[in-house]
Design a protein around this ligand. Structure first.
Ligand code: AMP
Ligand code: TRP
Length: 338
């Protein structure tokens, strides 16, 4: 349980390691936008320090960071309602990250499935940062005493680790200083799957561009990717239970439901019995209708990078006003002479 003494505060982050995908939008950003209007302070972050746990070309990293900021704003995150930052401009993240590297245990980190997936057979050759990544992620959240973190399903294990780190810190130092953060994993599309393989998550790092819808894809590209999406030969069922063993069909229906803000059963009440040949064009039309205003606005914002940089620099100033006293108190608890 979150201790009620903590201000209700939301933090979440996305890596600027490539373009935004429909998975990021439906799994994370859509919820970020809604939470701005609920009873929380909201802080949203481009996690550039996390991105370099795998190689990033410097010019691409800078461009992707600004493009991600444009994506946030174009999707409805308002710099008036939320603090929008890139991680490296708030050095307190990395400073608390070090302390948490000394709290987290090797055995905890070795259980992280995202590390195992990303490292694959290459465990001796990946960066030390990739292994330690979840300690920095815990610091991103706890440097603000954030109480709620909206994310997609794949981040659940990292949020459990964040709670473990807070618990161990509080216990070891005999304090009640860090809150136990609640994950917010909600909506019809907390796990959007690849369009080419219904058992794999849609990801910006998938080598196949056809596997994902990018927020910057134009209408023709979106329609073509949906037309070519892997499916099965059967007609659509009329109820959600009929999707149980049909991962590709389930994925396309989930995407439709999330975009239309309907439940899966509501969608199936309309399209049940149809073949994919008639459903896919409807999905493509809906996706274009929802995504094209965002990509148009992103392009407009990207034409003025100076304005984006100003927003991020303002955000960093506001963020540091929250983070600096929490870091100072942490150092004091740990026994660092100030
Ligand atoms: P990343 O792009 O890995 O930095 O992820 C940023 C946010 O988007 C996290 O909250 C993820 O859980 C979410 N996310 C990424 N890919 C997907 C997906 N395929 N389905 C749902 N959520 C996703
Ligand atoms: N690890 C997250 C991802 O790969 C990104 C992230 C970094 C994050 N720090 C965070 C998400 C803090 C939520 C809160 O998607």
């Amino acid at each position: 349980m979150t201790t009620p003494a903590f201000t209700p505060r939301v933090f979440s982050g996305i890596q600027p390691s490539g373009g935004l995908t429909l998975g990021n939008y439906l799994g994370a950003i859509k919820r970020f936008v809604q939470m701005q209007d609920e009873a929380y302070e909201t802080i949203y972050c481009m996690v550039d320090l996390h991105a370099i746990t795998v190689w990033q070309d410097p010019a691409d990293l800078a461009r992707n960071t600004r493009e991600l900021a444009a994506g946030f704003i174009a999707s409805g995150i308002s710099p008036e309602k939320s603090i929008l930052i890139n991680q490296s401009q708030v050095p307190e993240h990395a400073q608390l990250g070090w302390i948490f590297s000394c709290v987290a245990r090797m055995g905890w980190m070795q259980r992280m499935t995202q590390f195992k997936d990303k490292a694959g057979k290459n465990t001796q050759n990946v960066s030390l940062g990739l292994f330690g990544y979840p300690a920095l992620m815990a610091a991103d959240i706890l440097i603000y005493h954030a109480t709620h973190v909206p994310v997609g399903e794949d981040q659940k294990q990292h949020l459990e680790l964040t709670r473990d780190i807070a618990t161990k810190f509080n216990h070891d130092y005999g304090v009640d200083f860090f809150p136990l953060t609640e994950p917010v994993i909600e909506g019809a599309a907390t796990r959007v799957m690849s369009l080419r393989d219904g058992s794999k998550k849609m990801s910006k790092s998938d080598p196949s561009d056809a596997s994902r819808i990018n927020m910057t894809d134009d209408a023709d590209t979106i329609a073509k990717k949906i037309r070519k999406a892997k499916t099965d030969p059967d007609a659509l069922p009329s109820e959600a239970a009929g999707l149980a063993d049909r991962p590709e069909a389930r994925n396309l229906i989930n995407i439709y439901a999330a975009l239309a803000e309907q439940t899966v059963d509501e969608v199936l009440a309309d399209v049940g019995g149809q073949q994919f040949g008639s459903f896919k064009p409807q999905l493509a039309e809906l996706a274009v209708e929802k995504l094209s205003p965002i990509s148009t606005e992103m392009a407009r914002l990207m034409a003025d990078p100076g304005e984006i940089d100003r927003i991020l620099s303002d955000g960093a100033e506001q963020a540091r006003a929250i983070a600096a006293p929490i870091l100072a108190r942490t150092y004091e608890i740990v026994g660092m002479v100030r």
